[in-house]
Unconditional design. Structure first.
Length: 636
């Protein structure tokens, strides 16, 4: 419902909630650093240990970087991403491999990840002398550090927006958080015969928008296709646009689609998925490819050599350094001007829009993809550079990740996209035709989350894998008795990481195996029938991965099967989806399974077959799961 609060009141409250989240994360980080053993840090994906250092060098941006690899626990998921801060630690020789008995010592400097893939990571050190400290360490490890830089950027953005008076930033602030009407152009609609009706309407609404537009894209409705078309058409009217998203992965995805359309994209920052094709479009690679780069590199190296030199006249050396620095600045400026003149789309994360190479840049239009997963404060970092804003996403799917219960209760996860959807329904274009799910899978989330407004495209409406197959199934997991311990019954356990249900994990693999046997090995391999096994709990995901890896029966199919959390499957789809819900207890406690947006994501990953495993006695005490079970029974 529209709010009567002033925009400044709303944003001031958001800032206070963000401060609560920051304080909570800082305290949690301190607690984990001091109280959590190495083994648990590694298992949680927040540390690599032991660590082996590789070569060190200056990269194209003149950062001093060092390569490193993890030599153990290589099948454990991790949370390291380019741009994230890290710190290093070592262990006394008196301790064992996992920190028992030996004191941990944290180095006092912070570094930043510039590249990570599989078990290899590249980290930038602010001071090259720190490398010797790392090389001298007896047992070296690296762990994630609190990302204070992103918080600083969000606080700065909110402060600027709250304080804004009279300019475009103040206009957008007051418009987004009030009933002030949005402006629209009135030219004739443009036809896009290759898009469906709702997609065409959404692109035209983007073109007509003077202030803001929202492209609401439920699962499988071609949101990225629509957004790429809107960007492409906007570039017929504007020289350059800024395209952002909360995560590196989302930025890379839309950037690749724009490259496919022949658009000149410059990617600011380091992509999480570094493909050869996207590397060619990163700022770093384009910088290296410029004709002036070799001269720039030589000048930088001469400066380093002069600083290292102790011979000759000191004053003369300083004069040479000063002249070289001036030359370096001139070449850097010339290269940057050439790069930005050539790029039609600047693509980066929301926090990445504060990169120094974008200082002073202004854009007619800012596109924010996956806007429903971004904190409002993060959006304002980029909005400060724009005249109008286009948001795309689905506020019925995953929300931003909030760690502080108090901040979550206060509404920190209420996104800017949600505010605009509530305040400005005229700005919202719903994509209605979905191309992913067969109709039986689609209808339940359609009814629960989209007011029954979605339709299945004819080519997917009735498709399936087997004749006379059931598109949706609920496999009942036996409830656990009240008079035995969790350990005795092999049921739901609270591990050090998360909740696990070993009996359900075993049943999950058995169920999938029976379904594979029905389809037949040859057909699965010939048609590349792919499968996603999803659980909301990381502990269950890791258990399923271990069981899956240990069973040789799955060896033939391993490349076709992915096991991950709900968050890990955001934006993906599979022919078959199997969901392990885990929770089974006499009290009916289901934890964050109450967040129905996560269930919406899990269910809507499936194209042709959806199998859900869970204990109805526990789950169906909540009306949503009861309706889901009833719907499946009706269609079984």
């Amino acid at each position: 419902m529209p709010t009567t609060e002033s925009p400044i009141t709303i944003l001031t409250r958001q800032r206070a909630l963000l401060q609560t989240e920051y304080a909570y994360e800082k305290e949690e980080f301190q607690r984990l650093t001091e109280a959590t053993g190495i083994e648990r840090k590694v298992a949680r994906g927040m540390a690599w240990y032991p660590l082996q250092l590789g070569r060190a060098y200056h990269n194209s941006l003149d950062q001093f970087v060092v390569e490193m690899t993890r030599t153990e626990n290589t099948d454990t998921d991790h949370q390291f991403e380019p741009g994230k801060p890290v710190c290093f630690f070592s262990q006394d020789a008196s301790g064992d491999r996992y920190g028992t008995g030996g004191m941990l010592h944290y180095f006092k400097f912070v570094a930043q990840v510039t590249y990570v893939e599989d078990d290899r990571m590249v980290v930038a050190l602010a001071n090259p002398a720190d490398l010797e400290l790392l090389r001298d360490a007896y047992r070296l490890g690296v762990q994630l550090y609190l990302d204070e830089q992103t918080y600083r950027l969000m606080f700065e953005a909110l402060d600027a927006v709250i304080a804004a008076k009279g300019g475009r930033l103040a206009e957008l602030r007051d418009m987004f958080h009030s009933t002030v009407p949005i402006g629209k152009f009135t030219f004739a609609p443009v036809r896009f015969p290759w898009l469906n009706t709702s997609q065409q309407a959404a692109v035209n609404e983007v073109l007509w928008a003077k202030d803001v537009a929202v492209v609401h894209g439920p699962p499988g409705t071609g949101k990225t296709t629509t957004l790429v078309e809107a960007i492409y058409e906007t570039l017929r009217r504007e020289t350059q646009v800024l395209v952002c998203a909360q995560s590196n992965m989302a930025v890379d995805w839309i950037a690749e689609k724009l490259v496919d359309r022949g658009v000149s994209v410059m990617r600011i920052g380091n992509p999480t998925r570094v493909t050869d094709r996207m590397l060619a479009h990163t700022y770093e690679r384009r910088f290296e490819s410029h004709p002036l780069y070799q001269d720039l590199w030589a000048a930088r190296r001469a400066i380093r050599d002069l600083y290292a030199s102790r011979s000759g006249n000191t004053e003369s050396r300083h004069q040479k350094i000063a002249r070289l620095r001036d030359r370096v600045s001139e070449m850097e400026y010339a290269i940057n001007e050439a790069l930005f003149a050539d790029a039609r789309v600047i693509a980066c994360t929301l926090a990445g829009s504060a990169n120094h190479v974008l200082d002073g840049k202004r854009f007619g239009t800012l596109f924010i993809d996956e806007a429903a997963q971004a904190l409002e404060a993060a959006c304002w970092i980029a909005i400060r550079k724009a005249h109008r804003v286009i948001l795309a996403g689905d506020h019925r799917q995953l929300p931003p990740t909030i760690k502080s219960p108090e901040a979550a209760r206060g509404g920190l996860d209420h996104t800017l996209m949600q505010y605009i959807v509530e305040q400005k329904p005229r700005a919202v274009s719903l994509l209605r035709l979905q191309y992913r799910m067969c109709d039986t899978i689609m209808q339940f989330p359609n009814r629960e989350f989209y007011d029954g407004l979605l339709e299945s495209a004819p080519e997917v409406k009735y498709r399936g894998i087997l004749d006379w197959d059931t598109a949706v199934e609920w496999i009942e997991v036996a409830p656990q008795p009240d008079d035995t311990s969790a350990e005795e019954r092999g049921g739901e356990l609270a591990s050090g990481l998360s909740r696990v249900n070993p009996a359900e994990a075993e049943l999950t693999l058995q169920t999938l195996r029976r379904y594979f046997e029905k389809i037949g090995r040859d057909r699965i391999l010939e048609e590349n029938i792919d499968v996603g096994i999803i659980s909301p709990y990381k502990g269950q995901v890791q258990l399923l991965r271990r069981m899956f890896k240990a069973d040789r029966w799955w060896k033939t199919y391993r490349k076709l099967i992915t096991v991950n959390t709900v968050d890990g499957f955001q934006g993906q789809e599979r022919d078959v989806i199997v969901i392990s819900l885990v929770r089974s207890n006499a009290e009916g406690e289901i934890g964050f399974l109450r967040d129905l947006r996560r269930m919406n994501v899990a269910i809507t990953r499936a194209r042709m077959k959806l199998i859900i495993l869970g204990d109805r006695n526990t789950l169906c005490r909540m009306p949503f799961y009861r309706r889901l079970a009833e719907y499946i029974d009706e269609n079984y």
